[in-house]
Write a protein that binds this ligand. Sequence first.
Ligand SMILES: *Cc1c(COP(=O)(O)O)cnc(C)c1O
Length: 430
Amino acid sequence: MLAKHGGVPVRTKPWVPPFISTEEFDEQEKSFVLGVLEKKRVFRFYGEGIQDSEAAKLEALYRQRTRSDYALAVNAGTSALVSALVGAGIGPGDEVIVPGYTYIATAAAVLIARAVPVIVEIDDTLTMDPAAFETAITPYTKAVIPVHMRGTPCQMDEIMAIARKRRLIVIEDTAQANGGSYKGRPLGGIGDAGCFSFQQYKVITSGEGGLVVTNDPGLHARASVYHDCAVLFWGVEPSTRIESFAGENYRMSEIQAALGLAQSGKIDGVVARLRSAKKRIVNGIADLPGIRLQRVPDAEGDVSYSLVFFLPDGERARAFSELLAAEGIPNGTIHNNGFADRHIYVNWDYVLDKRGATPNDTPWNCASYKGSVQYDRDMCPRTLDLLGRAISISIHQTLTEEDCQDVVEAIRKVAAHMAQSDAGAAAQHQ
Ligand SMILES: *Cc1c(COP(=O)(O)O)cnc(C)c1O
């Protein structure tokens, strides 16, 4: 009998810890951070040793991990996106295409760069639909930001082909997919620039932090100038000569960089464990007729901390979700689950309302903008439909074989009950 109806729940032990990143903290993080304190050098551009600061080491590691020529450490993932956009020469008058399902920071970064975000549909991969991207291109489009949501690689072959044909810049938002790959290529290293976040919710963390990778020396030089309003003053050798302009202060501290270095050394191990746990669960439920698994463009490259499947409609998804939770497996529907998730465009209030910090000067009403982007809450019906009937379960690197078996058993139990009650309802209608 279902736990909801008084039966024994499949699982009574707690499910996974809330974070992947901090669960890995051990002696290594402590010694890396203490090493910085002992050196009494917490500012990356201070005096001697700029070349081998912790931040420089972190940049070197990500150049190598993503097979990129340049890297720039910054203080957040949002800052990484803004720096990459400004670095690519994007600004007032330009449109940048973003998916309707991504953390609000992706759209906010476009606005901070003074450009206009254009919101497009996702598909059953829960990432940007390449066809929707192509349809949304206007004479003002300069760039596209595919987002590898929940560690799932985007359909990069299709997106890159369209972008190359239409001469658009591709900035990969890899904030949620550090350690993932697509057809053997590291995520973040496929587009013109890749942006990472090291905030606690991500695969690894430095508390706060972010990083841009690129093969374009001009993009790197401009991003560097933007990330520190006096970068040339510190004696940093620019990757190529450019004219300076005003930037913000997005520098990364040495403490963050040291923590990021300790954590980044663990990514591949964490991702390998996540993948084997997810594979176990997927194999245990793939044959179920009542549910459809999220399509993953390259399952081998999936970071694999998120398991998503779709029910035929929102009502069934909510019922399924509740029954599964009662069996002891925490899970959620993504849309219409009772809170305004800032990963779904309908909850991006200041974007949809075209609101800036001041009313008179926004990217939409600035004189250089000749486009006519319109937003409304029904603009991406497929995105809302998919997210409204999706069930998501968090996978963690600490899951044992037995833990995975519990999820499989609980899903099968609930699916069997749902199939039975659907059959019952159908019989009644005859
Ligand atoms: C977290 C996140 C960001 C922003 O990263 P911060 O470090 O929080 O600024 C950007 N894009 C996506 C998809 C994210 O999940």
